[in-house]
Ligand binder design. Structure first.
Ligand code: GLU
Length: 496
């Protein structure tokens, strides 16, 4: 048997370091076994998936050197590798389940399901679908379908007993069937959900080992049941521990940048980032801290993964990065890396016209443009002081801008400007005053060229990371503040 693993990201946001982490372990495992590693795009959530996000995921995994043998761009014998292009396959498989009586059509409206949820909360009477449509007669179902009534397809789940799922690292995991919902497999718009598409694809793509994040453990019983319903062998499951912030909470961008693009642009070497991710819950047999991808593959043993939540600590990553730069690059190679990074005319030309209008001597250029070559800026609370804005307003401007820019689909100057202009109007602030904290957060000073241009050139991930950093410099948001800000922010949006 050839070992085949896959990483299956959903293209719904920044290319996350967690995706790289899972990709790395899948690749290391497959390659250590002489197997294949593939990449599948799970874009069944059409409302949230974007081609930009997909491209960023592919680019950033490639930048890291995690090449796949089969994938949407690489092709391969089991394609297409993008779920949105495989709808017919899922339709056929949903029909098989309906025909075999393992799935049923559910016509319950979202209002009814909301009410059910509320009732269950009040009565503390379990959760999940109550199975009302299980009892519809075949004639009823046919009539409803013929009348074009909107419906979903759900899987049947045993009403009692226990499900035992085996995990490579955790052994047998027992879950009561009563805890498992009658999962929707096909949505009202005809699109499959993650669960159906994932199982069908893993089978058809001949995946032998599913290595994925711990957050999917609860889905395992449903998946196992689907494999049984189809009469297929299930791949071996392996749930990796979740990456954590230094305070042990789940890795979140509020506390740590989580986008691979951020680390690339902030000047980390791909070797160092991979090396660091390789140390998340795993170690070399000789415990060495520094190792290459090839060395990791050569020494890989998945049994060496430890389940205690590995901590993703930027300081440690920086330390490791420094050692890669110092010990593994010749001066020529270092120069080459700088050039490939941002010290090249393609990048500099993007903002050079702005600088040209502002310098007196050539020597003014480097200090003026240093923020275009930086990661997080060295800022203090005083940098944000403004005569017309109260400190709480400054924080609000930064946080609200961040929230708006997090929702922005197309990252360009025009769209960024529109968001900022609208927001300043909604908040009743003059654009000039509103922009002050934005300038400081992005450029480190209010005296820079158009901050919208800078944001466009720096890119979404770096911009958002700097805005988040600025909020943190101002003391961050307490839980209470988050709630209050969130409420105010929503009202602003509603008044548009
Ligand atoms: N699309 C899922 C994700 O975004 C894949 C989970 C899995 O590997 O089964 O993580």
């Amino acid at each position: 048997m050839t070992v085949r693993t896959r990483v299956a990201p959903s293209p719904t946001g920044d290319p996350h370091v967690g995706t790289a982490y899972i990709a790395l372990f899948n690749m290391a495992f497959a390659k250590s076994q002489g197997g294949q590693f593939l990449l599948r795009i799970e874009d069944t959530d059409q409302a949230r998936s974007t081609p930009e996000s997909e491209q960023q995921i592919l680019d950033s995994l490639r930048w890291l050197g995690l090449d796949w043998d089969e994938g949407p761009d690489a092709g391969g014998p089991h394609g297409p590798y993008r779920q949105s292009e495989r709808r017919e396959i899922y339709d056929q498989h949903a029909n098989i389940l309906l025909e075999k009586g393992h799935a049923f059509r559910c016509f319950c409206s979202s209002e009814r399901l909301d009410e059910l949820r509320k009732e269950q909360e009040v009565n503390k009477s379990g959760s999940g679908y109550d199975g009302r449509c299980l009892h519809l007669s075949e004639d009823d179902v046919r009539a409803k379908v013929a009348a074009g009534e909107s419906h979903v397809i759900r899987m049947k789940v045993p009403a009692e007993g226990k499900c035992v799922v085996n995990d490579m690292l955790r052994g047998d995991i027992e879950i009561d069937w009563t805890q498992v919902d009658m999962q929707v497999l096909v949505k009202a718009d005809g699109m499959p959900t993650y669960h159906l598409a994932n199982v069908v694809d893993d089978h058809l793509m001949e995946i032998t080992h599913v290595i994925r994040g711990e957050e999917w453990i609860n889905s395992a019983p449903k998946h196992q049941l689907l494999y049984e319903y189809f009469g297929w062998d299930m791949p071996v499951l392996c749930h990796m521990p979740l990456l954590r912030n230094p305070d042990k909470s789940k890795l979140s961008k509020r506390k740590n940048p989580t986008s691979i693009t951020y680390y690339r642009d902030a000047g980390y070497l791909p070797e160092a980032l991979l090396n660091y991710l390789g140390r998340m819950g795993w170690s070399m047999p000789d415990e060495s801290e520094k190792f290459s991808l090839d060395a990791m593959i050569e020494n890989f043993d998945i049994k060496r993964v430890s389940l205690g939540g590995p901590i993703f600590d930027q300081e440690k990553l920086s330390w490791l990065n420094a050692s890669w730069i110092r010990e593994d690059l010749s001066t020529e190679q270092f120069a080459d890396r700088l050039h490939k990074w941002l010290l090249n005319s393609d990048y500099i030309m993007k903002f050079l016209p702005h600088a040209q209008g502002r310098v007196e001597t050539l020597a003014d250029f480097a200090p003026m443009a240093s923020f275009m070559f930086s990661g997080m800026l060295d800022l203090s609370e005083d940098d944000f002081a403004h005569k017309k804005l109260e400190p709480v307003d400054v924080k609000k401007v930064l946080q609200f801008t961040l929230w708006r820019l997090e929702q922005l689909r197309q990252w360009n100057k025009g769209n960024i400007f529109n968001e900022i202009k609208t927001l300043s109007k909604e908040m009743g602030l003059k654009l000039g005053d509103f922009n002050h904290p934005i300038f400081v957060a992005i450029a480190g000073t209010p005296n820079s060229w158009s901050v919208m241009d800078s944001m466009e050139i720096l890119g979404a991930d770096m911009t958002r990371a700097r805005l988040r950093h600025a909020v943190n410099v101002l003391g961050g948001l307490s839980k209470k503040e988050t709630k209050r800000f969130d409420k105010e922010f929503r009202v602003l949006g509603a008044e548009e």
